[in-house]
Design a protein around this ligand. Structure first.
Ligand code: ATP
Ligand code: MG
Length: 237
């Protein structure tokens, strides 16, 4: 599998073409950004850690019946994925109030939500990923009603798998962000990544944050927290 043309460089990853038109290579970078890239940083090992965590979780999600873009890990930083057309709607699943949800609604961080909340944002760096509802996504042609129904169903299945998975590893899954894509056949699959960049993880015993909030909020220890999450998720792989 050889890396072809660079198709897209994002804040955390690069996407390359391959010799197969329906497969891409994703390379995880050490860069970190927050607040719509107004805050920038990087640390050694971040790319490898996020690649390892994602590459560990996606096959488990597949086994749990959730179709994903993941095909295999190629190297410390690279994975092979199915080429998809990304649905420009970021899906956030919340189990416990935190972050923008707490701020917007005045609900104290750490308040458990009696039932999970699925939120949608328009994937647009220029606009800062604004909160939308599904009517907006349909009306503006970003996804069909049927696609959005499927996306919500899959997002909740991902939650149902991940919550006990992390609980068994001493981690509370507070919330997480997913991206979905469409295959040529029209099938919706889970794409992008699941990592400490895209989830809030709190240590079950101490409440300590083990995710990108360490970087966002200048708490320090982000490299150690990510490495610890990698150990807990993969058992050291
Ligand atoms: N299987 C896939 N096929 C095509 N594109 C993908 C796939 N998986 C993820 N992507 C896209 O690749 C990019 C990954 O780069 P990165 O995570 O660095 O982006 P980002 O900086 O978060 O920016 P963006 O706002 O574009 O998501 C994202 O735009 C993501 O939607
Ligand atoms: Mg991203």
């Amino acid at each position: 599998m050889t890396r072809g043309k660079l198709l897209y460089e994002g804040k955390a990853k690069r996407v390359y073409a391959t010799d197969k038109s329906d497969e891409y290579i994703v390379e995880y970078k050490d860069d970190a950004t927050a607040f719509n890239a107004q805050k920038r940083g990087e640390w050694a090992g971040k790319g490898e850690t996020n690649n390892a965590i994602s590459a560990h979780l996606y096959p488990l999600l597949e086994q749990a019946g959730i179709p994903t873009h993941f095909l295999g890990r190629l190297s410390e930083r690279e994975q092979r994925v199915r080429a998809v057309t990304i649905v420009p709607v970021e899906v956030i699943v919340r189990n416990v109030a935190a972050g923008s949800f707490s701020k917007r609604l005045g609900v104290e961080e750490g308040t458990p939500l009696p039932r999970p909340v699925v939120e949608y944002c328009y994937k647009s760096d220029a606009l800062g990923d604004p909160l939308i509802n599904t009517d907006t996504a349909v009306s503006l042609g970003w996804a069909s009603e049927e696609d959005l129904r499927r996306i919500r169903e899959l997002a909740l299945q991902v939650r149902d798998f991940l919550v006990p998975y992390f609980e068994a590893r001493g981690v509370r899954l507070i919330d997480f962000k997913l991206e979905f894509g469409k295959l040529g056949t029209g099938e919706i699959v889970l794409a992008d990544e699941i990592s400490p960049d895209t989830c809030r993880f709190w240590d079950a015993a101490t409440g300590e944050k083990m995710d990108k909030d360490r970087f966002r909020r200048d708490l320090g220890g982000e490299a150690e927290a990510y490495a610890e999450m990698r150990r807990r998720v993969t058992g050291g792989a």
